[in-house]
Write a protein of this length. Structure first.
Length: 68
């Protein structure tokens, strides 16, 4: 019978946060917001960013477009 060895893929990576540490994982992941929550039933939303207004629009095909 051959002895089993642990592959390098199974070895812990010190650069990756453990999945059970929610505080660290939330710092590494971007916040997720649905487009429905942003648009609230409207077809466009004005976003003020650094004194410039941008428009997030939903097209008839359901795509999103961000314009100045």
């Amino acid at each position: 019978m051959a002895s089993e060895t642990v592959s390098d893929a199974a070895a812990p990576n010190p650069n990756v946060a453990p999945a059970h540490d929610a505080n660290v994982v939330s710092m590494l992941s971007p916040r997720v917001v649905t487009s429905d929550a942003l648009l609230r039933g409207d077809s466009q939303l004005a976003i003020l960013h650094e004194r410039t207004v941008y428009f997030l629009r939903r097209t008839r095909l359901g795509k999103l477009i961000l314009t100045k």
